[in-house]
Design a protein around this ligand. Sequence first.
Ligand SMILES: Nc1ncnc2c1ncn2[C@@H]1O[C@H](COP(=O)(O)OP(=O)(O)OP(=O)(O)O)[C@@H](O)[C@H]1O
Length: 580
Amino acid sequence: MRAYGRRHRRWNRRNPQPLLFVPDEPLTLAALAAVGRALFRYRSELAPVTAGMILAVGGLVLHRTHPEAWPAVLTVTIVAVLAAALRGLPWGLTRTAERAYAATTTAVAGSWLAAATALGPGRSPLLTVLVVAVIALGIPWWGHRRRRARVRVDRVINAWPNLAEVIGLTGSRIMSAVVDTWGWRARLKLRPGQSVADVIARVPAIESALGTRPGAVRVEQDPAHAGRCTMRVLAADPHAGAIPWPGPTSRSLADPIELGVFEDATPVRVPLLRRHALIGGTTDSGKSGVLNVVLGNLAACTDVVLWGIDLKGGMELRPWAPCLARLATTPDEAAELLADAVAVLDARADAAGRDNTRVWKPTPTAPALVIVIDEYAELADTAPDAVGHAESIARRGRALAVDLLAATQRPTQKAMGGGALRSQMSVRVCLRVRERRDVDLILDKGMLSAGWHAHTLDAPGKFYVLADGHNQPRRARAYLVTDDLVRQTAARYADQRPDLDPLSRAAIDHQPKPIEPPRLSADDPEQTLLMALDQAPTDGLTVPELINLTGMRRTWVYDRLQAHAVAGRARQVTRGRWRA
Ligand SMILES: Nc1ncnc2c1ncn2[C@@H]1O[C@H](COP(=O)(O)OP(=O)(O)OP(=O)(O)O)[C@@H](O)[C@H]1O
């Protein structure tokens, strides 16, 4: 190209020449350049054809110059086939299918070259065989998912400088990129002055520029360098389906609890010993689901006594009753339970002071006490006295192994009884929230702008976790503990539950009320439900009453009621009240 306007030399700085360019090379050269660029761009797709052409030319040259060299060609082929099949060499292939493909292709290509060296590539049917082989071996190549992904990534890397300019990240560079099971990830080096917050703020623009689905891009800070980050592009959502709970992995409170899995399939392990935990999220975001995973693990720990507070009439925690030493379902019971926990705390603090020990080390004979509270806001509203006790436990409980685990929809100042409690909770699990600002309420100030975008979580059980060892906004999904698994797990570990140590027991100056068993008792909850519906009063029973009677979870009761309604075995008398 050259600048237009040799005839307009009079143009100078004051009267600038319009910036017009015309090609000064012939059209054929421009066309050749375009074809060359296209061949280079599609070099991966064209690789089988290119290989076929190289073989044809190679065969011709060898036949003309060294026709007697075909045994040497065959020997090299055998060595190359063995290297590809056994070691994946020279491409470093690890998968069996890829090694088999490489070995087959090498064997076919080498045999053809040996034949062409001896006989000449023009000898019938060698050319036909070559064309058929290129097509037959090309099909798996063209269809190979990882190869196509790699090509796409290469193109993005090449186009990144332009894309970055459009997105508003001018000067950033992709340093390396790797294709993985779920998509690909790249290490980004930012221009001096740019920060990861700038990249996070531009995630929707990046998704648009890369042409991905919305919500496909994740950005993680490089812990070692403020000007670097990892950008993950997920071709498909690894958390699209529910992940079944594999069963308890902890045997002691000292073991971290496995809540679910991150998007790269690594498990989410959260330490709970000497930590209070807050689980927040809007309604139906999966708070009880996370509580179930935690309870399922704690039920298997022989050094923890579990107490529960569930002011929804025991709807969520009653199924765990066999493993709970106490369950409060009314505000008065909750206040009493927390007061007793403070008494335990005081006794332990006294003992620790006398013995000059700083921390209470949980053992099966001197277990920790974990108090699980479902819907903390309800407690703050209906039992304000209890809030003072909860705050006292939050402030002093960690060293003495009395921990709180609270779930709530919105941990506002009011709901958290002033916020003193929240500030003591060092494990935060944030499920889907309705309003963006709730992210900062549940996690901490500034977390929303730091990339903890819980308002974009799109399925129950998806969460972000902030805890020791988890300070990056990585999405995870909690395991799903089905109602049947809750029942089985609670029944399995019921006999192994430890009692409080004598010191703590003595601190509680009254005999706690035993957990009320369900009024009807058939072994099969399905039978219990049908009996309850049969014997229900004329205005029917509410769902919480049915949960109480069957000992099953809300979702189970709803599902069974729908099924019985369809089969004509149950009907809704008025809204929310059921009978046979
Ligand atoms: N990890 C999970 N994977 C898949 N589905 C889940 C998961 N956790 C919960 N769910 C489903 O989401 C629904 C709501 O879950 P859950 O009752 O735990 O929500 P919640 O936040 O406790 O609701 P609420 O605020 O009304 O008590 C249920 O149908 C449950 O089966």
